[in-house]
Design a protein around this ligand. Structure first.
Ligand code: ADP
Ligand code: MG
Length: 240
């Protein structure tokens, strides 16, 4: 589904991604771990061209999206993204947060968009919040709405950048449960997280990034059970 070849990203003099090669298959759940500042967010943001790569190639469903002049908008619709900060529209009700993009971008009829939004609210367990405003929701509920909103565009892949890092500890589980359910339904997912238990349980593959390099990857058993690199072992000894 996604192929990354020799991806580089520089911010001025700073060389942040130093030649990333990566393939993500349909239905795969890939979890990216690594120290703060290692380039995990930058990698995720390059996948949907929120950051413009400085070199290398990214293909999505067979099309090179890094070719000059490529229209990324259609592709972005197929990539849902969930951030640490939920970025809900504060002046819009939950239902309108979810239906906005399908109505505006996909030209879905309002009634259809709302019916679909209610299904998604059921999926994330928040049907009763249909008419609430974001300020009336807990952090965990906001993040579940953000996930529902991303799903409303019927993305082919979901990108998560530390979706539980801004949450109080007691709300982490409810968000991870929604993500687990998505994974079980076969959604292709790329997840940056520090939740190692979740990574181990839900990840098909773990990527360890360090200083802009994809240092190690493998199944959870391989990476958590028998890490090859000293840097991976050091990192895991701090977070496990
Ligand atoms: P991670 O998500 O693994 O913590 P990031 O991808 O956010 O790492 O950042 C990697 C490095 O790139 C950091 O040193 C960060 O300061 C730098 N960086 C990220 N975005 C920018 C930017 N827009 N301009 C300059 N430097 C940036
Ligand atoms: Mg980050």
């Amino acid at each position: 589904m996604i192929t990354v070849k020799g991806l580089h990203k520089k911010f001025g003099q700073l060389h942040i991604l130093k030649g990333i090669d990566l393939e993500i298959s349909k239905g795969e759940v890939v979890v990216v771990i690594g120290p703060s500042g290692s380039g995990k967010s930058t990698l995720l943001r390059c996948l949907n061209l929120l950051e413009e790569p400085s070199g290398g190639e990214i293909t999505f469903e067979g099309e090179s999206i890094t070719t000059k002049g490529y229209n990324i908008n259609r592709t972005r619709e197929k990539m849902g993204m969930v951030f640490q900060q939920f970025n809900l529209f504060p002046h819009k009700k939950v239902i309108d947060n979810i239906t906005l993009a399908p109505i505006r971008v996909k030209k879905l009829e309002k009634a259809k968009a709302e019916a679909r939004a209610m299904e998604l609210l059921r999926t994330v367990g928040l049907e009763e919040k249909r008419d609430a405003y974001p300020s009336q929701l807990s952090g965990g509920q906001k993040q579940r709405i953000a996930i529902a909103r991303a799903l409303a565009m019927e993305p082919h892949v979901m990108l998560f950048d530390e979706p539980t890092s801004a949450l109080d500890p007691e709300m982490v589980g409810e968000v991870l449960d929604v993500m687990k359910k998505l994974a079980q339904k076969g959604m292709t997912m790329v997840i940056v997280t520090h939740e190692m238990g979740f990574a181990r349980e839900v990840g098909d593959r773990i990527l360890f990034m360090d200083q802009g390099v994809l240092l190690e990857q493998g199944t959870p058993e391989q990476v958590f059970g028998a890490p090859k690199h000293l840097r991976t072992r050091e990192f895991l000894s701090k977070v496990l």
